[in-house]
Ligand binder design. Structure first.
Ligand SMILES: [Zn+2]
Length: 299
């Protein structure tokens, strides 16, 4: 298996289609498997492990459906040359297009994963994992979902790191919890059922710059405030006050998203040990914030 062959197979992924309905099953299984591979996990995953993980992904990133079928791609991705199942005695071989049921996969403890040539190639060349993941994301999901997807499967597409640090996939959960699942700036905490939406764990010191995945470097922000923080539109002082850059201007949204918070307190985390470390805040001021800040807010 060569690079080009593998990329060709991923590009040609045969996704079930009906009109413009979405079927992200195979892409999500691929991303899940790539995440596991990047975390040095073994090649074959038991279906019993894949089922709940892929179900979660399908619920969160897939289209709304009455029934969720993680078993479909686990079987059908074999046809794309990107997947194989370990032989098990009890699994009835299906020659027609009748898939084995979820129950059959579970009862027979079927395991699946990348075929060995694919696995070996990806293990030898970790950069190819990122390329494949990017291709899958780019092909199947809008950009606004990419980071959420990567976080969900524990994949890092950080190409600038020479030695990959194992990313703490739990970072998001810990940071959101530290801030009680609300944007620390505006209090945004929208949910669909019990899932937060548009709420993110922002690194104050960017991951790309070596910022660690710890609470002291993370803050819960809504998508907009995350973006504005990363673009340097505002900064947070060690005393947890928000200061807006003098360089930010506009008419629609400026006041609602920024100026009304200028000079006001940002919500603090639930424990003092979670407080943002001043060193990370000052990195942000140095490397990101579009200073100087505006004059102090009017009382
Ligand atoms: Zn916000």
């Amino acid at each position: 298996m060569t690079h080009d062959e593998l990329i060709g197979k991923v590009g040609a992924l045969n996704v079930w289609k009906r009109g413009d309905q979405r079927a992200p099953h195979k892409p999500l299984l691929l991303l899940l498997a790539l995440g596991r591979l990047q975390q040095q996990e073994r090649r074959l995953m038991p279906y019993a492990e894949v089922d709940p993980a892929l179900r979660e992904l399908l619920i969160e990133f897939g289209p709304p459906r009455r029934s969720i079928h993680p078993e479909y791609p686990f079987w059908r991705l074999q046809n794309d040359g990107l997947w194989m199942l370990a032989e098990t005695e009890g699994l009835r071989r299906r020659r027609s297009n009748t898939d084995p049921t979820r129950r059959t996969l579970l009862d027979n403890e079927v395991a699946g994963g990348f075929p060995e040539p694919v696995y070996d190639l990806l293990r030898r060349e970790p950069a190819l994992i990122e390329r494949i993941a990017y291709l899958v994301l780019h092909e199947h999901f809008p950009a606004s979902m990419h980071q959420d997807l990567l976080d969900a499967v524990g994949l890092s597409l950080d190409t600038r790191q020479t030695t990959r640090r194992k990313r703490d996939t739990d970072f998001r959960g810990r940071v959101l919890r530290a801030y009680a699942f609300r944007c620390a700036v505006c209090g945004f905490d929208l949910r669909i059922d019990n899932r937060t939406i548009g709420l993110e764990a922002a690194h104050v010191k960017w991951h790309q710059a070596g910022g660690p995945d710890v609470e002291a470097n993370g803050i819960a922000l809504c998508t907009m405030h995350h973006k504005l923080l990363d673009r340097g539109a505002f900064r947070i002082t060690p005393a947890y006050r928000l200061l807006v850059s003098e360089r930010v201007h506009g008419t629609g949204g400026l006041d609602e998203w920024l100026l009304r918070y200028h000079g006001t307190p940002v919500q603090q985390p639930q424990r003092t040990s979670y407080h943002l470390e001043p060193a990370f805040l000052s990195w942000h001021v140095r490397e990101v914030f579009k200073g100087p800040e505006r004059a102090a807010a009017l009382p």
